[in-house]
Write a protein that binds this ligand. Structure first.
Ligand SMILES: [Fe+2]
Ligand SMILES: [Fe+2]
Length: 308
C-alpha cells in the first residue's frame, strides 16, 4: 500500500502523546495518497453476470460438505453470491456500531489534533464503505440481511457503553475477520469483477483502520488494571463470538433455493470452514494474546466461534 511518509520514525522513549500523533499523522498522509470513491471506482452499470461466484467457493459455509457436492454449479454460484451479500450487510452493521463508538470517543476533544482528524477520516471511510456494501448486496440480487434480533440488541448496548480497549479491540476483530475473506475474494477470478473491486477498496482502506485499532487497543490497555483487563477481555470475546456467528445469515440458504434445515445443519458441522476460520485468524489471535486479552473465560468464546 502506498504510504509515502517523509517524517522520521519517532524513537523509542519519545513521549506517548508524540507517538500517538505520529501514527495518526502517518495514517492521514496515507489516506490522502490512496483512498477511493466507490461511486466512480466500482462498475455499477454492467448487469450481474451469473456465471460468476460472489465469493471464493472455498469460503462458502457449505464448501466441503455432502450437500455442496450435490449442488449444481449454478446453485453454488447463487449461494456464494447470497453469502457475499450477507457478509457485506453484516459489514454495514459493524460499521454503524464502529462509527458511533469512534464518534463518542472523540466527542469534544481537540479538533486541531491529528488523532481527531484521523478519527473523522475513518468515519468518512466507513460511511462510503457502507453505501458501497449496500449497493453491492443489491446488485448481487440479495434482500436486506440483518443479524439475529439478539445480536442487534447486544450491538445496541455495546455501541452505547463500550469504551477504550473494549471498543477498539472489537472493531479490530470485525475488521480482521472481514479482511481475511476479502483478501482472497479480491484476487479470485471466479468472483464477479465488481465484487472484487469492492473488496480491493475495502482491504486497502481497512489496513489503515486496523493499524489504528491495534494501536488504540495497546494504548488504552497500558492504563488498564487487572480487573478492567479481565472484564474487557471477556466482553471483547463475546463481541467476537457475536460478530463471527452473524457473518452469514441463515436466510442465504432459502434465498439460494436450498433446503434451509439441511444447509444449516451441514454448515454448522463443516470442519473445512472451521479450520479455514482458525488458520485465517491466527494473526489476530496472536495480537490478542500479545495484548494479554486471551484470558481463560475469553478463550471459551473464541473456541466456540472457531477462532482458536
Ligand atoms: Fe469499512
Ligand atoms: Fe474500518
Amino acid at each position: 500500500m502506498a504510504s509515502s511518509t517523509v517524517r522520521p520514525e519517532i524513537q523509542d522513549g519519545a513521549p506517548d502523546e508524540d507517538r500517538d500523533h505520529d501514527v495518526a499523522r502517518r495514517l492521514l498522509e496515507s489516506a490522502a495518497t490512496l483512498s477511493y470513491d466507490p461511486v466512480t471506482e466500482v462498475d455499477w452499470e454492467t448487469p450481474l453476470d451469473k456465471d460468476f461466484h460472489g465469493a471464493s467457493p472455498e469460503w462458502s459455509t457449505l464448501y466441503g460438505t455432502a450437500y455442496w457436492r450435490e449442488l449444481t454449479d449454478a446453485q453454488r454460484k447463487e449461494l456464494t453470491r447470497q453469502e457475499a451479500a450477507s457478509v457485506a450487510s453484516t459489514g454495514i452493521w459493524f460499521e454503524m456500531i464502529l462509527q458511533q463508538m469512534v464518534l463518542r470517543d472523540i466527542y469534544a476533544k481537540d479538533p486541531t489534533q491529528a488523532g481527531f482528524q484521523w478519527a473523522l477520516t475513518e468515519i468518512a471511510d466507513e460511511c462510503r464503505h457502507s453505501i458501497m456494501f449496500a449497493r453491492g448486496a443489491r446488485k448481487l440480487g440479495a434482500p436486506a440481511y440483518r443479524p439475529h434480533r439478539i445480536a442487534v440488541e447486544l450491538g445496541r448496548v455495546f455501541k452505547t457503553v463500550a469504551f477504550g480497549e473494549a471498543a477498539y479491540a472489537a472493531i479490530l476483530v470485525a475488521e480482521e475477520v472481514l479482511d481475511v475473506m476479502q483478501r482472497d475474494w479480491m484476487r479470485d477470478e471466479r468472483v464477479v469483477p465488481f465484487v472484487r473491486t469492492i473488496n480491493n477498496i475495502h482491504v486497502v482502506e481497512e489496513s489503515r483502520h486496523m493499524k489504528f485499532a491495534r494501536d488504540e487497543t495497546r494504548r488504552h490497555l497500558e492504563k488498564a488494571g487487572w480487573l478492567r483487563r479481565q472484564i474487557h477481555a471477556f466482553v471483547i470475546a463475546v463481541a467476537s463470538y457475536v460478530i463471527v456467528t452473524s457473518m452469514v445469515n441463515k436466510d442465504v440458504y432459502t434465498n439460494a433455493g436450498l433446503d434451509r434445515k439441511r444447509a444449516v445443519g451441514e454448515a454448522k458441522a463443516n470442519e473445512h470452514h472451521k479450520s479455514l476460520m482458525r488458520s485465517s485468524c491466527a494473526g489476530l489471535m496472536e495480537f490478542l494474546a500479545s495484548a494479554r486479552l486471551l484470558t481463560k473465560p475469553a478463550q471459551m468464546f473464541y473456541k466456540r466461534a472457531n477462532l482458536i
